[in-house]
Design a protein around this ligand. Structure first.
Ligand code: B12
Ligand code: SF4
Length: 503
């Protein structure tokens, strides 16, 4: 739903894997089903008849679509080897294989760049060796644990392989490319799987390599995909200085934490001079009760101080709040009022336990749907206190109020120059997004989504536990302190601000 209105971004993970495949001497093509249709996909495989088809499954909500496409591929071209990788696939490998009933040959856990080339070797020369490749899961067994990419500097995305680069945008950053300066996250929030995927590691791209990649980007807008941007000020400064030396001018969007922003004020200030225009701050709540629930160690005072500072930078700031299915009408009302008092863009998502997170194991409330498609943090998958139709009424009323603060005619007046420039360049993604809200966010549509027949049922969470051993959550093996490329002072800072459940 979110991607129908506000943004559409390039599949950076697939571009990196495609680059590794190409470097190993194979031919490769990319179809991005965010920007192209199933028909385009079918046309490509029928015409080109690839030996291997690899799907990227970062989002749990996409599981049924991928299983269906795998089955379609198997039916048309039975000899083609079909594999799936990505964030969510790594946490649901076995069930994906079972749903596909043989149409998916293997699932690859972890970072694709590390395993794709040995896997292709095995597919080409010895199919029995497939199940022995690190990170590979088949119906017959599992290979050794997935490996971490040794050095992020060895990677460079194959940006040239996307056919519709003009379709990628993020709000007014239209067109917009994506870039990675660091991978992983040293924190350990209970509702998040970013840290469990990467074994709570944190690796950085060198400033030289970051700038080389950025220099190849043609788009004027750039989304920095790091989970928490500029965890370490030194790294942020070095990249920024290298960009300034190269004379690169772009407009940037990034996401970070309120406490990181306050700790590294100077680096964010410096980046506004380089073109930082939008910042997404993960606050999750703007009241004491909510903060206690989601981020115990950030006080309300600090959260507002972070907002105050972000405002002083003169950039557009968006924050995310997590609505709990337990909310009643009063609670929604309070949140609406609070949000109207602050000038920031407020995005509301719904508390959703995901496989791979700690809450998947600790959430005592039973999930009331096993439909993957509803796991998009916009739908309620936990029992709601209000009857479901009323919950959606309140949720969408709140989202509408918040979105109208920034969309529609009044906002457009302030954006006329930007829009005129975009239209002159033939970029229409942003303009078209301005009036789409009511088409997408509609309580009746959300309810209808719950009534769709379910072909693939998600595996239920295991029995509820009070505490979880993080080692059992990791996809990539944790290397402890040595896996985090941060200095001791930053490690100490993380230690005092994390939720504190991992090691
Ligand atoms: C950037 C990002 C986005 C971008 C997406 C850009 C894009 N088109 O890919 C935007 C902003 C659009 C986005 C949106 C959403 N996101 Co998001 N996003 C991320 C984020 C921060 C980084 C992803 C990224 O680009 N990483 C860098 C690249 C290089 O890594 P990668 O894509 O993961 O790919 C690597 C591996 O996954 C693997 N791999 C990937 N594909 C394949 C394929 C094969 C064949 C193989 C072998 C391997 C493989 O190898 C790759 C290279 O190492 C992750 C958090 C994280 N750290 O993973 C969350 C994350 C993936 N998002 C999440 C969520 C919840 C969402 C939203 C639902 C949020 C919303 N507000 O609605 C939407 C849904 C979007 C949708 N399409 O349905 C959750 C996923 C939850 C889940 N299990 O489904 C994550 C994990 C964040 C979190 N903290 O929980 N997101
Ligand atoms: S700070 Fe927390 S929510 Fe953000 S990416 Fe890291 S673990 Fe996830």
């Amino acid at each position: 739903m979110y991607t129908k209105i506000y943004l559409r971004l390039e599949p950076l993970g697939l571009e990196l894997i495609a680059a590794a495949v190409r470097r190993a001497g194979h031919q490769v093509q990319l179809v991005d089903l965010q920007a192209e249709t199933h028909k385009d996909y079918v046309r490509l495989i029928d015409h080109w008849r690839p030996d291997v088809v690899a799907f990227s499954c970062n989002y749990l909500a996409n599981v049924p679509e991928i299983v269906d496409l795998a089955k379609l591929t198997r039916a048309r071209w039975p000899e083609t080897f079909v594999l799936v990788g990505g964030h969510s696939a790594s946490f649901t490998a076995q069930e994906l294989l079972e749903h596909a009933g043989g149409a998916i040959d293997c699932v690859v856990k972890g970072e694709g760049e590390a395993s794709i080339v040995p896997l292709l070797e095995a597919i080409e020369h010895d199919r029995r060796a497939v199940a022995k490749v690190a990170g590979v899961v088949t119906l017959d067994g599992e290979g050794p644990p997935p490996r971490l990419v040794d050095n992020l500097d060895d990677l460079m995305p194959a940006r040239d392989l996307l056919r519709h680069r003009r379709r990628y945008f993020l709000g007014t950053l239209d067109p917009c490319a994506s870039i990675e300066f660091a991978r992983g996250c040293p924190w350990d929030c209970s509702f998040c799987s970013a840290w469990t995927f990467y074994g709570r590691s944190y690796r950085v791209v060198s400033p030289e390599r970051a700038v080389e990649d950025l220099a190849s980007v043609k788009e004027s807008g750039v989304f920095i995909v790091d989970d928490v941007a500029f965890v370490q000020a030194k790294h942020g400064f070095e990249i920024g200085e290298a960009i300034a030396r190269r004379g690169i001018r772009k407009q940037y969007y990034l996401e970070t934490r309120g406490d990181v922003l306050l700790r590294n004020r100077d680096v964010f200030k410096f980046w506004t001079r380089l073109g930082l225009r939008y910042m997404f701050l993960g606050l999750e709540a703007i009241d004491e009760e909510g903060l206690r629930k989601y981020r115990k160690r950030i006080s309300l005072g600090k959260a507002f101080e972070a907002l105050e500072f972000a405002r002083s930078l003169g950039i557009t700031v968006a924050i995310n709040l997590i609505a709990d299915p337990d909310w009643d009408r009063d609670r929604f009302g309070v949140v609406r009022r609070l949000c109207m008092e602050i000038p920031e863009i407020v995005n509301i998502s719904v508390n959703t336990p995901y496989p791979g997170t700690e809450t998947w194991h600790t959430e005592a409330r039973r999930i009331h749907t096993r439909d993957y498609r509803l796991y998009d943090i916009q739908h309620a998958v936990l029992p709601t206190r209000l009857p479901l139709p009323e919950f959606y009424d309140e949720l969408i009323r709140t989202q509408r109020v918040l979105s109208m603060k920034h969309l529609g005619w009044s906002a457009l007046r302030g954006l006329l120059t930007i829009v005129a420039g975009q239209l002159a360049r033939g970029q229409t993604n942003f303009v078209r997004s301005l009036w789409k809200f009511n088409q997408v966010y509609d309580p009746a549509l959300m309810l209808a989504d719950h009534r769709r027949p379910v072909t693939y049922e998600m595996k239920l969470p295991p029995p509820v536990k009070a505490t979880v051993d993080p080692q059992g959550l990791y996809v990539l093996k944790a290397r402890g302190r040595s896996g985090r490329a941060i200095d001791d002072a930053t490690e100490q800072f993380v230690e005092t601000t994390r939720m504190g459940t991992s090691e």
